[in-house]
Design a protein around this ligand. Structure first.
Ligand SMILES: [Zn+2]
Length: 231
């Protein structure tokens, strides 16, 4: 832990759709794959994928070709968000096909995959059984039972603004997440990531600094990045 005394530990926002970037914060921008050509320049670390809500807008061939082009992007550190959503009206079979394609590319590029799961954690277990890359469940709000199952598959959990209005059921689930499997995010909200860090440090009974160090370690380990210092 010696090196952590010499560097400034950042806040890490593992999943955001906003461009805002505070000097203390490292963000992983979540881009919709179909919009990537519209970006002038991708200057931050990012992930990219077709959101399940947009799954019927593209054919498998189109998505495959978009994913294929990503490999050259140095800032790409994860595939997604992608996943399965039973709450939206988008054809579930097509969601599955698009998700499977993303998983295939994540494995080909050896990148973690950022998962959007709404009422589909049970559907995703079958993929987890044979996945060769880590799953990061973003905006995670699962029950204690499902959390235990996902922990056994080595999954990562990214918690967002829902920690600010926590339910007893979710509180219990958060407390069993191993420190080495935890990330935090703002997603599409305007919440300050530092507020989410502060709340999670209280919930888990550790100092803000300890939480920052833990998440920075998780980040650098999972994405094979240099130990970050942002000055
Ligand atoms: Zn998102």
């Amino acid at each position: 832990m010696e090196k952590t005394n010499k560097v400034k530990i950042p806040f890490i926002d593992i999943h955001t759709h906003n461009r805002e970037n505070h000097e203390e914060v490292i963000t992983v921008q979540s881009l919709f794959l179909q919009n990537i050509e519209l970006q002038n320049e991708i200057t931050t670390l990012f992930s990219a994928g077709i959101h399940p809500w947009h799954a019927t807008k593209f054919t498998i061939v189109e998505v495959s070709s978009m994913l294929e082009k990503l490999e050259k992007d140095k800032g790409l550190i994860a595939i997604g968000e992608t996943g399965l959503d039973r709450f939206c009206k988008v054809d579930f079979q097509q969601q599955k096909l698009i998700f499977e394609l993303h998983l295939e590319f994540a494995e080909k590029y050896r990148k973690p995959i950022i998962i959007h799961a709404v009422k589909t954690l049970n559907d995703l277990i079958i993929y987890l059984k044979r996945a060769k890359v880590p799953f990061i469940f973003h905006g995670y709000q699962g029950s204690t039972d499902i959390t235990k199952q996902l922990i056994n598959f080595g999954c990562y959990f990214s918690l967002g603004k829902s920690v600010l209005s926590i339910t007893p059921r979710f509180l219990e689930a958060i407390q069993i997440i191993p420190p080495t499997s935890l990330f935090l995010e703002t997603d599409d909200s305007n919440t300050d990531i530092r507020e989410i860090y502060l709340e999670v440090s209280k919930i888990r009974g550790i100092s803000l600094e300890e939480l920052k160090i833990q998440i920075t370690e998780n980040f650098t380990r999972l994405f094979e990045l240099p130990y970050y210092t942002k000055s």
